[in-house]
Ligand binder design. Structure first.
Ligand code: 5GP
Ligand code: ZN
Length: 133
């Protein structure tokens, strides 16, 4: 765990999150500034900054969890498609330096934008309850 890392604090349960999925290796939770309904972040619990800092074995396991969570979201939301986004470095828009994969659900007829909006906390809580339960 890295001391000043907000995602390490979330993984340790020190900061609450709207959890979607958890196992020994990863945690998946709703982004508090979603692009779309159900926008989810998947992180390894162990800290590493980005793709190039993460071991191949961890990456392979995390991507398998990304697939599992995406399949679950597709069925549970339900959504019509999804984007996977993984930013590396400030120039690429990475704001949190703990590797994370965005799963951005997409809905037929909605514009394909990459803009975040502050989420409504009550709605996020209800959504996380519904899709994790
Ligand atoms: P990045 O731009 O680094 O790829 O994405 C970081 C994401 O983390 C952003 O979409 C931002 O909304 C999200 N984020 C930042 N702080 C928190 C937090 O405390 N909780 C949650 N659930 N998401 C966060
Ligand atoms: Zn971290």
């Amino acid at each position: 765990m890295k001391n000043d890392c907000i995602f390490c604090a979330i993984a340790a349960g020190e900061i609450p999150s709207f959890k979607v999925y958890e196992d020994d290796l990863v945690l998946a939770y709703l982004d508090i500034n979603p692009f779309t309904k159900g926008h989810t972040l998947v992180i390894p619990k162990a800290h590493s900054a980005g793709l190039l800092d993460t071991g191949d074995d961890v990456l392979a396991a995390v991507v398998a969890r990304v697939k599992k969570v995406a399949a679950h979201l597709k069925a549970a939301l339900p959504c019509d498609g999804f984007n996977i986004l993984q930013n590396n470095g400030e120039a690429a828009g990475q704001t949190v330096k703990h590797i994370h994969f965005h799963i951005i659900p997409r809905y037929a007829g909605e514009p394909l934008t990459f803009e975040s909006k502050p989420g409504d906390m009550a709605e996020l809580a209800a959504l996380a309850d519904r899709i994790s339960g």
